[in-house]
Structures are given as C-alpha cells and as structure tokens.
Design a binder for this molecule. Structure first.
Ligand code: PLP
Length: 300
C-alpha cells in the first residue's frame, strides 16, 4: 500500500515527491495553462462530467491541445483518485484536479502539453469555524480582470489578479475572504468562490459574463429551483450587499458557506446561517449524501 499520495504527470503515475515539471513549461513560465477541480463526497467523485466540460471549454478558449481525449482524462482521474483513497480518513474527502499546460517547446514551433492529475485533502479543520461563525468577506481595491482582457469564464492558472486582491484583504484581516468587485463596482468573485445575496426570499448572483460559472453555483441554482426560491443573475453593488438579508459563498470545497460581515458590516440579522442559506445547505447535504456542515464542524 502506498504511504504517499500519487499523481499523474505526462504518462506516468508517480509519488508526488517524484512529480516533475520542466522549468521551461509555459504553465510555470507564463501561467499559460488551464485546470479544473472537483471533489469527493464520501470518497465518491462529484460531477466529474461538468468539471471536464468546463475544462475542455477552457482548453478551447486558450487553444491548448491536451493531446488526449476527454474519456482518457476521465479514466486517469479515476485511477489517480482510487490509488490515493487508502490514505484518506473515512470522514475526510479529496479535491481532485486536472491541469493542462501549453507545455514545453517541441523544437518545431509547437508545444508538448503537460497533463497532471492530483488529489489533495480538503481543509476541513482550518475552515471549520466559518461554518459556525460565518465568513467575513472584504472587497479589495484591486478589480477583477474584465472579460475584455481575459475571460473570467475560463479557469486558467493565471490567478495573479485574484492573488493581489487576496494579499490586500489578508493584510487588513487575515481571516477574511477576498471578494473582488468588477470594473463597475459590482460584486464579482473570490479567488475560488462565487457569491450570492438573499433579499426577501429571492437569490441574486453576479452574471456569468463576469465570473467563472462555478459548478457549485449551478448546483445552487438547481437546489433553489427545487425549493421554489427564485434566482436572478444581475449586477449587485455594495448597497445591495450591505442591505441583503443573507449572503453566502459557493465553491467546490465550501459548497455553501454563510457570510457574517462585508467590509466589517454585519449581514442581515446576524443569524448564522440565515434561514434561506440553511435550507440550501440542507438540500446540498441531501444531494451529495454527506452532512456538509458536520463534515466541517465535527472537529471544532
Ligand atoms: N470563481 C473562481 C475564480 C474559482 O477559481 C472558483 C473555483 O475554484 C469558483 C469561482 C467556484 O467554482 P466551483 O463552484 O466550480 O468550485
């Protein structure tokens, strides 16, 4: 049985400590790469098809040829996950990521792509208190890259814009999550999360022209529909956010996590989670077959 996690790198499954990428790889040198990350719930992979669809859209957008089919990448993903499951506690779960970089020059004007699949344990302990107390979010002065420059709909390795926002936020409050505004001052997205507000029983989230269309965001649309909660994609400025009854973020790892404050201002009545957020979290747990709150808070 392996004692170390393994990863797939360019044709081989190797222990992570032996995984290597060339110093000339464009993903490393220029952030010229795309990726996607799903997770497991109860050790079972979640919505791999949707994540691979999004990955292949990002590949087409960036004109990177992965040199393998979608089916082959799905097969490799399952192989890497299965090879790593024995290292995971029964109650824990993995992030499962595919990365494709434009790769290294092939000597003929083209590139040999680099393809990587890896797993990482989800950070349940570090994040547990946010499920009890809510997440403080802050909006940095750095604005999200607009679609006219690089489409935020593609999931690329180029996170410097989001990193600059996060650095500013963490300097002011190390616990806070950075939530960037777009160039017009509307809420946009965080380094790995989408945002929703709730007002009078209706949900609103930024339009997908300006953000990555998160898979958990789409799950939230589905759950909201099943609970008869209307959802609108619209511009949401800070007035809307400060006046909201509830605010929450969504992501593959957070699923749905309530927000407690925005730039220090308490959200709604201050109840965590708010009633609509709670219903959505419960519906999320039912869908994935795991109590998502308990998984985060059981070690508090
Ligand atoms: N926005 C950005 C920039 C992200 O990187 C992510 C996920 O990593 C999300 C939103 C949320 O997407 P998902 O729900 O698919 O995890």
């Amino acid at each position: 049985m392996n004692q170390e996690r393994v990863a797939y790198v360019n044709g081989r499954i190797v222990p992570e400590s032996e995984a290597r990428v060339s110093i000339h790889d464009r993903g490393f040198v220029q952030g010229d790469a795309v990726f996607d990350t799903t997770r497991t719930f109860g050790h079972k992979i979640f919505r791999l098809d949707e994540h691979l669809d999004r990955l292949f859209d990002s590949l087409r957008y960036t004109r990177i040829d992965p040199g393998m089919s979608r089916d082959r990448l799905a097969e490799l993903t399952m192989q890497v996950l299965e090879a790593n499951l024995s290292l995971l506690d029964k109650e824990d779960d993995y992030w499962v990521t595919q990365r494709v970089t434009r790769g290294t020059p092939d000597g003929d004007g083209g590139f040999d792509p680099t393809v990587i699949v890896d797993c990482q344990p989800l950070p349940f302990v570090e994040r547990s208190r946010f499920f009890r107390d809510g997440l403080p979010i802050r909006t940095p002065s750095v604005r999200r890259t607009p679609p006219e420059s690089v489409s935020p709909r593609a999931k690329t390795h180029n996170y410097l814009n989001l990193v600059m926002g996060e650095l500013e936020v963490k300097a002011a409050d190390p616990r806070a999550l950075s939530m960037l505004l777009d160039l017009d001052g509307n809420l946009c997205e965080g380094m790995g999360s989408n945002i929703f507000i709730v007002r009078d029983g209706e949900l609103a989230t930024p339009r997908d022209r300006f953000v990555l269309a998160g898979i958990s965001r789409s799950v939230t649309f589905e759950l909201a529909e099943s609970l008869n909660l209307p959802v609108r994609q619209m511009d949401i400025d800070l007035f809307d956010a400060y006046a909201a009854d509830e605010v929450f973020v969504t992501s593959t790892s957070w699923c749905i996590c309530p927000v407690s404050t925005i730039n220090g201002s308490s959200v709604g009545s201050g109840r965590i989670p708010g009633p609509v957020t709670k219903r959505l979290q419960e519906a999320y747990s039912d869908l994935v077959g795991i109590d998502i709150i308990r998984q985060y808070t059981r070690r508090l």
